[in-house]
Design a protein around this ligand. Structure first.
Ligand code: CA
Length: 219
């Protein structure tokens, strides 16, 4: 599970990142709202933890920007604002859950486990775009009715592209996904995988945006 953690309090962030990593989460920590918004554009995490009091922009605006990119990404907001009104505003803007500071780490972890359970139910569903169906449980990919043979890395690249369909994936973000699986990545690895994938997939299923990255368009 990849967590995007947006929090400007470095002491709190450091402690929480350690706890999250101990629980097996991969954590990407950003201290500014604008960085978080641009990161969401290219790389969707599994869960967002968002502090509402950020130095450069209001957390509620970050929340709105994230919701524009993804309607169902689980978002937990953290805030020192404890009034009922602030809580309602956060939930109205599309946060899934809310934790007021100060809080116990165990409480946060319990909330995240709820998100995780929800996400794993979703992930069991097949992902179908056009003629291509990807089953992330059996690791099988079908094109129309035919099973196609993919290496593990090709599968990971295709999965990242299909899970983020409609959104450009930069070479760097695809590389970082392979890295997180403990694979060595050389400078042309992604191009090579894309080249092999294209031979097995329908024409123009994976499109190149020159100098930017790759995209699978929603049909
Ligand atoms: Ca803060």
């Amino acid at each position: 599970m990849q967590v995007l953690f947006i929090e400007d309090d470095t002491a709190l962030a450091k402690a929480l990142i350690e706890s999250l990593q101990r629980e097996g989460f991969t954590v990407n920590h950003l201290a500014q709202g604008n960085l978080a918004v641009s990161s969401i554009m290219t790389d969707l995490p599994d869960i967002v933890i968002l502090d509402l009091g950020l130095p450069d922009m209001d957390g509620t605006d970050v929340l709105k920007a994230i919701r524009k990119q993804s309607a169902d990404l689980p978002i937990l907001i953290l805030t020192a604002r404890t009034s009922l009104e602030d809580k309602v505003i956060g939930l109205d803007l599309g946060a899934d859950d809310y934790l007021a500071k100060p809080f116990e780490v165990d409480e946060l972890l319990a909330r995240l486990r709820v998100f995780e359970r929800r996400a794993s139910t979703l992930k069991h569903a097949d992902l179908t775009i056009g003629k291509v169906t990807l089953d992330s449980v059996s690791h099988q990919v079908h094109v129309a009715d035919n099973v196609i043979d993919l290496s593990r890395r090709e599968f990971m690249v295709l999965k990242a592209l299909m899970e983020n369909a409609g959104r450009v994936q930069t070479r760097e973000s695809l590389e970082s996904k392979l890295y997180s699986w403990g694979d060595e990545v050389t400078s042309n690895t992604i191009e090579v995988h894309i080249h092999h994938l294209r031979k097995k997939l329908p024409d123009r299923f994976i499109q190149t945006l020159r100098g930017i990255g790759y995209i699978v368009k929603l049909t």
